[in-house]
Design a protein around this ligand. Structure first.
Ligand code: IFM
Length: 509
């Protein structure tokens, strides 16, 4: 699940953002001495396995800025965010949190928090500006320097190849609904792996392809903002194909010790009642939300029920060519799960407007759920985050144990976290007890999955820093580290100090 609602106007980001680029100083402080410190000597009640990766995650467009530097050209998110009405307050990632210039300071911050791993994404248009042809050394150099800085601090890098920033040139040639994008993606994967494979040993092909396909080409609340159910399904197949081709390219370019993964935002789908119509609604959402990816990737086939639900929209026999499924189902080493909240559905009731029915995934008149027009989304019980997402960690345990049972792969939680209305105190500190409670509850959920036998190898908090939250602009703060958008100064929130203590102790109480 991810950011899905179209922009509300906000004044969270003052005009001074760009000029503040060089004036900020980090205000990172050492972890506070708190009640946690008093129990520091005691082993945690829920200890995580030795070698468990304690991480945080980010994505290029959300943090880097420097949108026109080093030869980078626009991605679909540059175009989208510069289109009036697409993002809150017209905000863009032009500057973001200026990580491109401040990455050394950010890595030092990670080291002070004790992170053992850091998941970031490579910006495709920074490395291969037109999506074709040779790689740009200036782009690769940025990631070489980042990886070197991480190595110097003993932090293991995890690189995601695609976190939604398709070069605009490729969108102009048809985007993900067109097969060529999958081929270009594999080419880019090979270039990145050849250049960075000596420094980075864990690679994620795609981040949340559900969002790329269905929010990008279905409901249109994400870039490139297109609204065709058929194109969304075509995009999903070509993202799957791009993943499979990229796995092949990565295997060919990387040392045999490298690990390859994909990050899926699988939906913990729950029927509102046990009525057969509601069960059927849950099955449809599971098909187009989850099994459209896990089917071809792990079983080498699209599920029959998905094909039946969407046969009026797309000619699957024409779309899926001979050999595609073998490519898509190439074995991978780790499965990444991004989890935020569960998904509760029922059969649509008489008189419900279509927009209300898929409201849980963006108030667009266009549904991001092709083949599921007769399904209604409901608010799950539980407190809400600032995104309006109910807090329910049981979905995380449920998904991890189900993935372990069904696919048997080692798992990583490649994203989990929450946005809240953070308040900066008079002394500049940010006390965020709700974020601490959220993370603690979700780490407990991971621990439950470990106890149930799931092979979970790491947890990456979303996010290291407050950042550009897509269509919401800068209004929603997910960071463990607060960013002052005037000065770009970084200040670890109480949750960052708390997470540092968890890492130091290797578990939670
Ligand atoms: O910010 C996003 C991230 O880019 C993808 N996963 C969900 C996060 C929160 O919406």
């Amino acid at each position: 699940m991810t950011s899905t609602v179209p922009p509300a106007r906000t004044d969270a980001v003052p005009a001074a953002r760009t000029s503040a680029r060089t004036s900020a100083r980090t205000s990172a402080s050492t972890p506070a001495s708190t009640p946690a410190a008093r129990t520091a000597a005691e082993p945690p009640a829920r200890a995580f396995p030795p070698g468990f990766r304690w991480g945080a995650a980010t994505a290029a467009y959300q943090i880097e800025g420097a949108a026109a530097e080093g030869g980078r050209t626009p991605s679909i998110w540059d175009t989208f965010s510069h289109t009036p009405g697409r993002t809150a307050g017209g905000q863009t990632g032009d500057v973001a949190v200026d990580h491109y210039h401040r990455f050394r300071e950010d890595v030092r911050l990670m080291a002070r928090l004790g992170l053992t791993s850091y998941r970031f994404s490579l910006s495709w248009p920074r490395i291969q500006p037109t999506g074709r042809g040779p790689a740009l050394e200036s782009g690769l150099d940025f990631y070489r320097a980042l990886a070197d800085e991480l190595a110097e601090h003993g932090i293991r890098p995890v690189a995601t190849l695609y976190h939604w920033d398709l070069p605009q040139h490729l969108e102009d040639a048809g985007g993900w609904p067109v097969r060529e994008s999958a081929e270009r993606f594999a080419e880019y994967a090979a270039l990145a792996a050849q250049a960075l494979g000596d420094r980075i040993d864990t690679w994620v092909t795609l981040n949340e392809p559900w969002c790329s396909a269905f929010l990008g080409y279905g409901s249109g609340v994400h870039a490139p903002g297109r609204t065709s159910p058929a194109d969304a399904l075509r995009a999903a197949h070509h993202l799957n194909l791009g993943h499979g081709l990229a796995v092949g390219a990565l295997r060919a370019a990387l040392p045999s010790t490298a690990e390859i993964a994909v990050s899926l935002n699988l939906h913990a789908v729950r029927p509102l009642t046990g009525h057969s119509d509601d069960l059927a609604a849950a099955r449809r959402i599971d098909a187009v939300g989850n099994r459209i990816f896990t089917g071809p990737m792990f079983a080498g086939a699209y599920p029959d029920d998905l094909l039946a639900d969407t046969t009026h929209l797309v000619d699957w026999a024409d779309l899926v060519r001979d050999g595609d499924l073998a490519e898509i189902s190439r074995p991978i080493d780790l499965l990444g799960l991004n989890y935020y909240t569960p998904t509760v559905v029922s059969a649509a009731r008489d008189g419900e407007a279509a927009t209300a029915r898929h409201d849980g995934h963006g108030a667009s008149p266009h549904s991001p759920w092709p083949g599921a027009d007769d399904v209604t989304f409901h608010r799950a019980p539980g407190e809400l985050t600032a995104m309006g997402w109910p807090i329910d960690p049981t979905g995380l345990t449920e998904l991890l144990t189900a993935l372990h049972r069904e696919h048997g792969l080692p798992l990583l939680v490649t994203e989990n976290g929450a946005a809240f209305e953070d308040v900066v105190g008079p002394d500049g500190s940010v006390d965020d007890p709700r974020r601490i409670a959220y993370i603690r509850a979700h780490l407990a959920a991971v621990h439950h999955a470990l106890e149930a036998g799931a092979d979970v190898r790491g947890y990456y908090l979303w996010s290291l820093l407050d950042n550009f939250e897509w269509a919401y602009g800068y209004a929603k703060r997910f960071g463990a580290v607060h960013v002052d958008y005037d000065t770009l100064a970084r200040t670890p929130k109480a949750s960052a100090h708390w997470y540092a203590e968890v890492i130091r102790r290797g578990g939670i109480d």
